[in-house]
Design a protein around this ligand. Sequence first.
Ligand SMILES: Cc1cc2nc3c(=O)[nH]c(=O)nc-3n(C[C@H](O)[C@H](O)[C@H](O)COP(=O)(O)OP(=O)(O)OC[C@H]3O[C@@H](n4cnc5c(N)ncnc54)[C@H](O)[C@@H]3O)c2cc1C
Length: 392
Amino acid sequence: MRIAVIGGGIGGLTAAVALRQAGFEVDVYEQAPELSEVGGGINMAPNATRVLRRLGLGPGLDREGVRPAGTHQRRWQDGRTLQRAPLNPLCEELYGAPHMTLHRADLLDVIAAAFPSDRVHLGHRLVGLRDTGDGSEAWFDNGTTLTADVLVGADGIHSAVRTALFGAEEPRFAGCVAYRGLVPTERIADLGLEIGSQSWVGPGAHLVHYFVSRGRLLNFVGWTEHDTWNREDWTDRATVARALAAFEGWHVQVRTIIAAAETCFIWALFDRDPLPHWSVGRTTLLGDACHPMYPFMGQGAAMAVEDGAALAACLLAVDDPAEALQHYERMRLPRVTRLQEMSRANKMRFHMRDGPAQQARDAEWARAADRSPDALRWLYEFDAGAVETVAA
Ligand SMILES: Cc1cc2nc3c(=O)[nH]c(=O)nc-3n(C[C@H](O)[C@H](O)[C@H](O)COP(=O)(O)OP(=O)(O)OC[C@H]3O[C@@H](n4cnc5c(N)ncnc54)[C@H](O)[C@@H]3O)c2cc1C
């Protein structure tokens, strides 16, 4: 069976590796002239590292990634601890897979190295497609066309495949922008940070930082609320001074990290409502193309990684490809919808103004430790490659 994957991001490439290892003939079509990921760091929780390790990517992850000892949530102004939880080696002990933080470009390189480069067709922007009943036809802006037995749209939040299947609908600005930066570790040596992840919450904003690139860089993402937004370019540059102004009055550690940034980007958050269906005939979607989510659970790419494993497993287990795609979406929808909703709720919880509601939240966090690997068992122990029986 010939499978065309549209989009060579983390989701598309992971799916391509999983489908190829399952024995299918796979080609990837990517609009950009090269495979690239911009924007700094990414968390790969145990539910995602389990999938990547099974695909043989464990050594690459170990080489490029960092294993944070724990996660620490703190108050924006005085740095008081709101909750702490261990991550490594506990995740490995509990779930047989680590929690890792990586530079996005390193992660993409590790995944791409497991797929033949001559099956990645760069400079191919999909502009249209047609499901033919026994396959799919697609055409690209460079004038080429393809036919495949199954077509998978892994082309991100602005997905052309989604538009072709379900019609055009612009994503909505979610009222948040992020300042993102990378800091050479030696510039902040005086802070004496442990190899871990910290998350600072305050009124209308929060900032997360963790190490990437074998510990050589500290990645930070600082979210602030905004009413309007006109640009959508992820790589828009921001000045360090502007990021510092957005975090005026925050703890000295937060401001020291921002001030030490080598480069700073600004990025706007967009949102879509959950889709009731992802598949039409022999064509389906995965990752941000069908379930973009706020990054406030750190699970968007992890869900795209899981999708790839689940899709390969369904196409192996169910003879009829169209039925297999229906099975895949039924298996995946409840889980990703739950995470979309939890991620939305976290925006409110992370950005509370100081006052009684914030105090109640802090007390609940201290009691419940909702970030601990134990509390997230349902999320972390999930085996995306297991084909569940799901009622039609
Ligand atoms: C600030 C921030 C922090 C985040 N942190 C985390 C985290 O810690 N952990 C986590 O799991 N997730 C995180 N996420 C979410 C994660 O980044 C996304 O969910 C993930 O990158 C989606 O991957 P994807 O492959 O589905 O889509 P994309 O990464 O958007 O890839 C889509 C690919 O398709 C290509 N493409 C687009 N249109 C076409 C076309 N017409 N034809 C051909 N190719 C096309 C694009 O060029 C791109 O290469 C974060 C997101 C943000 C914004």
